[in-house]
Each structure stands twice: as C-alpha cells, then as structure tokens.
Design a protein around this ligand. Structure first.
Ligand code: 1GP
Length: 242
C-alpha cells in the first residue's frame, strides 16, 4: 500500500524511529532493526540536519538488509535524496521565514526527487521552541514557534493544509529538552484534517502515549532509542495502546 494511504487511513496511532546516518553502525543497526520489526514499528525515518560523512546510501542499504519495514527519507538538506528508500518527506519549513527552506532548496532538488521514483510526502514542517538550541533550529536559521503559543501553531498548520500540504510535522528538534506540549498537539489536531506527525524530545513510553492521546497520528523517536534500544518495544506498546 502507498505510504501516504497507510499514514492517513490507519485508525491506530503509528510509530516511526529516526535513524541518523551518522550513527549507522552495522552491529547496532542489526539489533535495532530486529527489535523494530519485532515491535511492529511502522516506519524507519532516515536523515539528519547535518551529515558530516557520506553515509546515507550505506545506511539505507544496511537497514534494507536487516528489515522489510518501510524507509522514509527525512532530509536535512537537498543532498539527502536516495532512490533506495520508499518515500521522502518533502519538507517546507512553514514555521520559519527562510525562503530557501520554504521553496528554494526544493527547486534544486525537484528533478532529483522526480528521477528517484520515491513516493512524495508533501509536508508542512514546523519547528517548535524546545528549551534548548537544537541542530535543526541552528541549521534552519529560523525562529521556532514559541512553545506556549498554540494559536500560532494552529494558524500555521491550517495555512499549510490550505496550501495543499499533505502532512503536518511538528518537531521540537532532535534531543529537545521539552517535547511539543499536549495542549499544542490537541489544538492543532482539532483544526486540521490531514495527518499530524510529532517528534523531538519524546523519551519515554509515557511521553509517547501523551502525544498520541493528545492527537498525534504518528510519533517520531530518535535520540531516546539511540541511547536505549530496548525502549523501542515499550514505546511501540504505548503508541498502540493510545
Ligand atoms: C527530530 O523528531 C525527531 O527531528 C526526533 O527527535 O531525536 O529527540 O527523538 P529525538
């Protein structure tokens, strides 16, 4: 089934793990992918805000050799396009006012994305203030939406949907001190009809449950499972029970 169809039509909450190609080691990945398949994780997101080494291709091949789960690119730059994945989040950073990340980089990447044959997931990407400066925030050169300003998040997400974007992704950034608040998730979810993805700073099964119960359709966890792979199972159970 097409990935967008799966994200948008499935009634249960969904769970994606985020793999940073910089930390993609064979022995770790083998264990991680075995746990992810066992825990019925829904998607493997691959990408990073800053890739210092050229490991993306190798990393995707490694993931592919260890699991049949769907691989979705979560690109930190226009250079992270790779036809060996299944789909790509084409992100427009609608919380910011950096024209390069709203449309500029997309113009450069468009022919490569088209040639890759990847399923395209047009995504309104929103960075939410998280209590610390994350790599995503620094690299984007934008101001995040203040974490208490639910109204700004709601209007931004509504505008993204009106522009035809198919997903809204609210991200506190990898390693965020505070995840996106339940109140902001709830308010945004009540005002859009496209799927809502939430990530950044979700570290425990309780936090995953809270985000899903508030209205996230799909949550993304990276740092916490990098630190403790066993969390995959517990978070997956929490997501499915929400
Ligand atoms: C970041 O949403 C992802 O873009 C995941 O964040 O690494 O904090 O889980 P964490």
């Amino acid at each position: 089934m097409e990935i967008y169809k799966r994200i948008s039509e499935r009634k249960e909450k969904q769970f994606a793990i985020l793999i940073d190609p910089e930390h993609c080691r064979h022995n770790v990945m083998k264990k991680l992918m075995a746990l992810a398949s066992e825990a019925a994780v829904d998607y493997i997101f691959v990408g990073g805000s800053l890739l210092v080494n050229d490991h993306l291709d190798q990393c995707i091949k490694l993931i592919r050799s260890e699991t049949d789960l769907s691989v979705i690119l979560f690109p930190g730059s226009e250079m992270q396009v790779n036809g060996n994945a299944d789909a790509i989040l084409v992100l427009s950073l609608i919380s910011g006012r950096n024209p390069e990340l709203l449309i500029g980089k997309h113009v450069l990447a468009a022919p490569y994305i088209k040639a890759s044959g990847l399923e395209i997931l047009p995504t309104g990407y929103m960075l939410i203030e998280s209590g610390n400066s994350t790599t995503a925030l620094y690299m984007s050169n934008t101001t995040p939406i203040p974490r208490e300003k639910d109204g700004i998040a709601v209007c931004t997400a509504m505008a993204g949907e009106m522009l035809g974007l198919k997903l809204i992704y609210m991200d506190a950034g990898s390693g965020a001190s505070h995840a996106v608040s339940a109140s902001m998730i709830r308010s945004v979810k009540e005002n859009i009809s496209i799927p809502l993805v939430v990530g950044g700073g979700i570290r425990t099964p309780e936090a995953a449950f809270e985000s899903c119960s508030a209205g996230a359709d799909l949550i993304v966890v990276g740092t916490a499972i990098e630190n403790d792979v066993q969390l995959i199972k517990e978070i997956s159970l929490a997501v499915k029970s929400a």
